[in-house]
Design a protein around this ligand. Structure first.
Ligand SMILES: Cc1ncc(COP(=O)(O)O)c(C=O)c1O
Length: 453
């Protein structure tokens, strides 16, 4: 499946026009970036922030709800929402109030606070798993779970889906070459070991490949998003999750479902919506309303096995935990966010907006005859440059077109709309409005018209 791209000449010309427009309308952001370059590589505090389309990333002075204002005083509609970290909308009032209160009463003591049990109970209500541990990021939740899985099973490898993303987890930056050999994924920086040693890679929705790898008996766990969201959206085939669960059980392999992004599907992610039965779920980002946090939930059986397999004397030097993990501030933020912000009512507002965004895009594509498609997963939706939705990460990757993507993001930004800088994704928050969605449809219509010629 290769990208059905627009004419490269047109893309280059429009990109140049849009770059000039962005620079012209953002002199203060340009100056802030120039100053930042003196002290930070690329002028950004974290390398990915250099990936925004345009000559420089905007400098934000304030973000509230689904809007942010840049240093030039321009208000933008935020459909990126911190790549899900702010799926709640920026600075949701209940989270802000809880954090304000906690910040004056002790931020981190390395002793439990009263919020822990409330958060664990709420996560159990949503995801079904009874035992919870907390981290500072979804990445850490995944890293910790992989360690436990290897420790308990005595097996060396973990299985991931091709083109998946689970945070900066070494084992997951692997792909397969044309001969089927596991190799580092393109862009893998300083891979610590050959990923073929640590990782099995199969295509999402490929049950034959999955079974073949699991029957080798050396896979500790499968780490998978229930639908892929990091190479565009790739939805599971009907029956895929049942088969995945059956095969992992038959082979004594733990099943870890990463709900960090798929929490957009509903209050209990796809685990609740599709009645999945993982041994572990992992998550982070949105559950703290933007305050750093992460969590993993364990089945009772697994929690018991871990308890028995880890010596108290060595618990702080085993590669799991962290001095700031489970701190009082993160837990206060999670408590308020889960009980007062990401509520059933919030989802009842967000999900139809996801549909409205996807319908708007589909309508534009149809009217301009662009042979692309749009996929929705709850409050998240995404368009991609191929006529049919992909069934695998490999197919989704093949349909990518970075210059075209860059143009579309830049065009949107100049119409005061921020899309996630990785592929063409939009996310709805409880604070997103129909007018926000329609503003995107209108802007997309304009650029689709220019591309269709
Ligand atoms: C599915 C999934 N898991 C884990 C992570 C890691 O999140 P963080 O970078 O906040 O640790 C991400 C980040 O995008 C993700 O998409």
């Amino acid at each position: 499946m290769t990208a059905v791209a627009a004419d490269p000449g047109t893309v280059a010309r429009l990109t140049e026009e849009e770059s000039r427009r962005l620079a012209g309308e953002h002199p203060r952001c340009a100056a802030a970036h120039e100053r930042a370059r003196a002290g930070m590589p690329g002028g950004v505090p974290m390398s990915w922030m250099a990936k925004w389309a345009g000559p420089f990333p905007l400098t934000v002075v304030e973000a509230q709800g689904s809007r942010f204002t840049c240093a030039d005083g321009i208000e933008h509609i935020d459909l990126c929402l911190g790549d899900t970290g702010a799926m709640t909308g920026h600075s949701p009032a209940p989270t802000v109030a809880a954090v304000r209160e906690q910040v004056g009463r002790g931020i981190t003591v390395m002793l439990p606070s009263a919020d822990g049990p409330v958060v664990a109970e709420e996560l159990t209500r949503r995801f079904g798993l009874p035992q919870w541990q907390f981290t500072l990021s979804a990445t850490d939740a995944n890293r910790h779970v992989l360690r436990y899985a290897r420790h308990l099973t005595g097996r060396p490898r973990v299985l991931v889906m091709d083109y998946s993303y689970h945070g900066s987890v070494d084992e997951a930056f692997a792909t397969v070459d044309p001969s089927g050999r596991v190799v580092p994924r393109r862009g893998n920086i300083g891979a610590p070991v050959d990923p073929a040693v640590t990782t099995a890679v199969v295509q999402f929705n490929d049950l034959e490949g999955l079974e073949r790898e699991l029957r080798r008996g050396d896979v500790a766990c499968v780490l998978a998003e229930p639908a892929m969201t990091n190479i565009g959206i790739v939805l599971p085939d009907p029956g895929y999750h049942e088969a995945l669960r059956r095969l992992t059980r038959e082979t004594g392999t733990l099943l870890v479902i990463d709900e960090t992004h798929t929490l957009c599907a509903g209050p209990g992610g796809m685990t609740a919506a599709d009645r999945l039965e993982p041994d572990v779920v992992t998550m982070g980002k949105a559950i703290g309303g933007g305050i750093p946090c992460g969590a993993f939930g364990l089945s009772a059986e697994l929690a018991d096995r871990i308890q028995k397999a880890v010596e108290l004397e060595d618990i702080d030097v085993g590669g799991i935990g962290g001095t700031l993990a489970g701190n009082a501030l993160s837990l206060a933020a999670m408590r308020a966010t889960l009980t007062e912000v990401l509520t059933d009512d919030a989802y009842a507002h967000m999900l139809p907006l996801g549909q409205r965004w996807a319908d708007g895009v589909a309508d534009v594509l149809g009217r301009h005859g662009l042979p692309w498609h749009v996929t929705r997963l709850g409050a998240r939706a995404e368009y991609a440059f191929a006529p049919e939705p992909p069934r695998t990460g490999h197919d989704a990757a093949e349909a990518d077109d970075f210059p075209l993507q860059t143009l579309l993001h830049l065009h949107a930004l100049n119409r005061r709309l921020l899309l996630t800088p990785f592929h063409n994704m939009a996310l709805m928050a409880p604070t997103t409005t129909e007018a926000d969605v329609d503003a995107h449809t209108e802007a997309f219509d304009e650029v689709a018209g220019a591309l269709a010629g």
